[in-house]
Design a protein. Sequence first.
Length: 227
Amino acid sequence: MGNECGGHVLCGRLNGDTYRILSAESSNIVTISGIVVTVISYGQPWTVTTNYETLTTNLTAGLPCDLILDGPVQFQSAKPIQVAQFANGAESDYVTNTHGIAGEGDPCEILLPPTGQWMNSYTVYTSTNDLDEVIGDFDENFLNLIVPQSATNAVSLDGSLVAATNFVAIGSSGYYAVQLVITNSGAHTVTSSQPVEVQVYGWGSKMLTVIWRHSQMTASLIYAKLK
């Protein structure tokens, strides 16, 4: 738990992700900045409207605040909070991936680490991109990274700089986010001049969801194999 964290919509999703904010203490003022998604109809896919907003809510201990948000988002609080990010599943947007496959994405969850728990270097693993999922676990693999603005020109993936122009601002928070498509399997190293948040995930067409949060690394790690 902490007083500040950030997130970014999972790559390829069109109608945002759901976030749940919990506080251990009452009278906790929380400010949320991002694109708020309002569902008009729960068809397949959902019909939604979106609007960038900065919201303030007063949390009571143990009572959650749930929002659907798109793009990069920021959470700030007067007292510690825990934020969970949920993929909404295939029926929320029924997207078609780069292989022409539609309707991937069972619901899955990740806990967002507070900024004070980020580190400067991580080694993560992605399995083989395999359209038929005979060899690998996913059709596609991705990384989401979040860094302070000062580090956007000093983030490397496997020794190659990530283009600063690929990062998008999280409102006026001073943090920036990027989505990276991973085309080769195996271990990958992310390094940054400033502490960075790392999320690892993949989409697949078979019905299975696996969630992993490695608490000792303070990285956010998610593997989601999707419907």
